[in-house]
Design a protein around this ligand. Structure first.
Ligand code: FES
Length: 105
């Protein structure tokens, strides 16, 4: 698939908000932290639950799942606490011409 425009940058405001989008048949969550845009799978690896309704901690660069409280590093996808034990997918993201582009596999 490759680099795909998946959102307009203003849709991502404010800092720390999470936006769930669909691209190439995948659910992808976007979050802006410290001016950087991060893209990761919009489904928790514990159960299939959208992380886009979770909460981003901008100081730790993590997202916490609303259902059972698992937290993930949104830079690496690694789980940081139970009950999740498997990482989530993370995708390369960049901002260009006021839009968010993600390298969708
Ligand atoms: S579904 Fe996310 S922690 Fe259980």
């Amino acid at each position: 698939m490759g680099w795909t425009r998946i959102a307009a940058l203003p849709e991502l405001a404010p800092e720390g908000a999470v936006l769930g989008v669909e691209a190439a048949g995948r659910r992808i969550a976007l979050a802006r932290v410290d001016g950087e845009v991060y893209a990761f799978a919009d489904n928790c690896s514990h159960r299939d639950f959208p992380l886009s309704v979770g909460e981003v901690d901008t100081s730790a660069c993590t997202v916490t799942c609303e259902w059972h409280g698992a937290a993930f590093d949104i830079r690496t996808g690694q789980p940081l606490c139970a009950p999740a034990t498997r990482p989530i997918a993370v995708y390369e993201a960049r901002v260009e011409d006021g839009a968010v582009w993600v390298d969708v596999p």
